[in-house]
Design a protein around this ligand. Structure first.
Ligand code: HEC
Ligand code: HEC
Length: 280
């Protein structure tokens, strides 16, 4: 009798242990689902199809999570799904002026992780797939003036200027549409604060290599075109990075000069006003 009870207890414990990973993942999905209804559904829709009641008022269509296709992905080009880190990064940072808010101050890190588990559960694309590795970053060029100069040539050779303008300063074309059929402008590369993805050299390399899915920003090498070597892409990254940093620095200098001039002007006016009052 005691032996049978003992065996039963062992079987019960084994069953509980076997069920733990499944139910832990399941719990993350159900916790994420509750958070989703409170914080995300008004834009992304109750079933995550990007059709929430607020969607019509946003500058861009919120992502349809049932498709499993994402703009920001640092996984290798031949793997369609993004990495968990891409999803949690986007949720934390938001996507600049696109209408997707940053959640890092509102939701805790475990909550954002649960949301990642939930939005992955909405698409077949992730079913049975492990979190992909990061794409190959081999051939990384140091940020040197030589690489930036080569990058300027690569930028023109890879025809980035056809969309982003010869100096990266803005759209060469306003006729492009995204996969939802809505107009989309190539980014002004000199304003990193408007980027929808992170502004690091590694993240830029991933975006230039993978392109931006759902938009006309192509992957490199482009489909059906001769291969580009990794060095061209790293040089182009360094060119864009340097361009954006210089433009930001210039803008800060103009601001500082503007404020200094305003103070000088106000000072001169005060001195003159005081002299005028003193003179009979
Ligand atoms: C105010 C509306 C709004 C709310 C609320 C909102 N989003 Fe979004 N979200 C958007 C828009 C718009 C986009 C598409 C932006 C783009 O394509 O540039 C987007 C895109 C995304 C993406 C896609 C990133 C990619 O790489 O393509 C993820 C992931 C995401 N949202 C997660 C969430 C989560 C999780 C919540 C809730 C915590 C949430 N969003 C709440 C508007 C919203
Ligand atoms: C056919 C047009 C086209 C070409 C060619 C193109 N881009 Fe883009 N690019 C776009 C569009 C459109 C966007 C904006 C996507 C969005 O906001 O969702 C973009 C966005 C970007 C971004 C901003 C990413 C962010 O986080 O917002 C960078 C950086 C960039 N492109 C670099 C390049 C470089 C470098 C090249 C050449 C190697 C290039 N692009 C070629 C259309 C293009």
């Amino acid at each position: 009798m005691a032996r049978r009870m003992c065996i039963r207890a062992v079987i019960a414990i084994a069953a509980i242990v076997a069920a733990i990973p499944v139910s832990a993942a399941g719990d993350a999905v159900s916790r994420g689902g509750s958070l989703f209804l409170i914080h995300c559904a008004q834009c992304h829709g109750l079933t995550g199809k990007g059709d929430g009641s607020a969607a019509a008022f946003l500058p861009r269509k919120p992502r349809d999570f049932t498709q499993g296709i994402y703009k920001i992905k640092s996984s290798p080009p031949d793997i369609e799904i993004p990495r968990d880190e891409d999803l949690s990064g986007t949720i934390s940072r938001g996507m600049s002026a696109s209408g997707m808010p940053p959640w890092d101050k509102v939701l805790s890190e475990p909550e954002r992780r649960d949301l990642v588990a939930y939005i992955k559960s909405l698409s077949d694309m992730f079913e049975g797939e492990a979190n992909p590795p990061p794409l190959n970053m081999e051939g990384k060029a140091e940020l040197t003036p030589e690489s930036v100069a080569r990058g300027r040539e690569a930028y023109l050779r890879l025809k980035c200027d056809e969309c982003h303008g010869p100096e990266g300063e803005g759209p060469s074309t306003k006729a492009l549409k995204d996969d939802y059929g809505a107009p989309i402008w190539p980014r002004d590369l000199t304003r990193p604060s408007t980027y929808i993805g992170p502004f690091t050299r590694e993240a830029l390399y991933a975006r230039i290599t993978n392109g931006i899915p759902l938009t006309p920003m192509p992957p490199h090498p482009r489909h059906g075109e001769p291969d580009t070597i990794a060095q061209d892409r790293w040089d182009a990254v360094n060119y864009v990075f340097a361009l954006a940093e210089q433009a930001e620095r210039r803008r800060t200098m103009y601001w500082a000069a503007g404020i200094a001039l305003a103070f000088l002007g106000a000072g001169a006016w005060l001195i003159r006003a005081r002299r005028a009052r003193k003179s009979p």
